[in-house]
Design a protein around this ligand. Structure first.
Ligand code: ADP
Length: 382
């Protein structure tokens, strides 16, 4: 009995010892596989949105945030870019937080260089923490904004300069009614151009804001086409251009009618402006496979292939001189493109030099469900 008890105690103690040794060894293995990064760093890296890596003195990555993997900063336990290694070395040598900006080469991430800002700082005595921010999109937007402002200033300068010159010329010409009349007409043209540019800039800024389409409503595109054609009646007559429109019923989309009228107006207006006198412009409306299409066709000069996509850019003009005489702001097609995109659609152009062009706005047709939903909501609001 006693011997059984002793045996039990010995065995029990033996197993406890074995268990303890195994646990100790296991802990050592875990420590090698995942070296101890100062407390809290893992949680911080898990929480931050920017890409972060922690490297040890041999350049091994001991911890990385998921954004660091998304950005392709870590491969096989090391950072993928020499610049990051170099940054870690500087931090290690100087002990000071350091910032570097550089481009991540495209071979690592698809097509584009990514402009990044990397900050390095010591983490405890052994490690260096590197945070990497992808600045590509912000820099691109800054550039677009700068270009836009430079272009606006340039576009406004011309009519404003002309108006002030004409105003100066009026006074000395006061006794010559003929000249006064001529200056007055030119003043009117320049003032109109100024009004158009300002309206286009406001429209475009509105389209680029997040809530461009205020309260979505059901819009019958036949009404939109009719309004846009009507607005261009006088200018068409003055050019001797005949505008022929064909609409269908029940071409309904969800969106903002005023914006859609401006977009179709711009297409019809361009078609007339870039057409030789006494030609025809066709405006069509069709619904095909759930897509509502408005197309505007002219018999104008057409647009060369290399310029076809660029015409939708802000302030792009194929022929600066000719566009100025048409009184355009260079923003018309950009407004068309943004309006189509804000309505979940697209703007396209087909063109052949010497034959003419067809611009098309394609929008998703309002589904039966959406129609019922919007109708019910607007009835409830009444
Ligand atoms: P603009 O105010 O100069 O007309 P848009 O953005 O409306 O600006 O058009 C950009 C450019 O595209 C125009 O300057 C013109 O060169 C070209 N373009 C637009 N519509 C037509 C068309 N129907 N036929 C030929 N060229 C066109």
């Amino acid at each position: 009995m006693t011997s059984t008890l002793v045996l039990g105690l010995v065995l029990g103690a033996g197993f406890t010892l074995l268990f303890f040794v195994a646990a100790q060894r296991g802990r050592r293995v875990a420590a090698v596989a995942a070296p101890r990064v100062p407390e809290g760093v893992s949680q911080v890296l898990d929480a931050i949105e920017s890409a972060g890596v922690v490297v040890d003195p041999s350049g091994n990555v001991v911890k990385a945030s998921s954004a660091a993997f998304t950005l392709g900063l870590v491969r096989d336990g090391h950072v993928t870019h020499e610049e990051l290694d170099a940054l870690a070395n500087v931090v290690r040598d100087t002990g000071l937080p350091t910032t570097r900006e550089f481009a991540l080469r495209p071979d690592q991430f698809g097509e584009l260089d990514r402009q990044v800002l990397a900050r390095g700082a010591r983490l405890g005595t052994r490690y260096v923490l590197i945070l990497v921010e992808d600045q590509t999109e912000r820099l691109r937007l800054d550039e677009v904004r700068r270009d836009f402002i430079a272009n606006i200033s340039h576009e406004l300068k011309t009519p404003i300069g002309a108006i002030s010159l004409l105003a100066d010329a009026l006074d000395p010409a006061a006794d010559d009614p003929e000249r006064v009349r001529s200056f007055a007409t030119r003043l009117e043209v320049e003032a109109e151009r100024l009004t158009k540019i300002t309206a286009d800039i406001i429209n475009l800024s509105r389209l680029q804001s997040a809530e461009a389409i205020g309260k979505p409503a059901l819009v019958d595109m036949a009404d939109v086409v009719k309004a846009a054609v009507e607005q261009n009646k006088v200018i068409a007559e003055s050019h001797g251009v005949e505008v022929i429109s064909r609409t269908v019923s029940d071409a309904v989309v969800i969106g903002d009618k005023a914006l859609l009228v401006v977009a179709v107006h711009n297409l019809v207006n361009n078609a007339i402006a870039y057409s030789p006198d006494a030609t025809r412009v066709g405006v069509g409306l069709a619904v095909r496979d759930g897509i509502v299409e408005v197309s505007v066709t002219d018999q104008g000069p057409g647009i060369a292939e290399e310029e076809r996509e660029r015409v939708f850019e802000r302030f792009f003009r194929v022929d600066q001189a000719r566009s100025r005489t048409t009184g355009g702001s260079g923003l018309g097609l950009s407004i068309v493109k943004h309006t189509a995109q804000n309505h979940g659609g697209e703007a396209r152009v087909w063109s052949r030099v010497g034959q003419g062009s067809t611009f098309t706005i394609r929008l998703p047709e309002a589904s039966a469900d959406a129609r019922a939903q919007i109708e019910t909501t607007s009835l409830e609001e009444k």
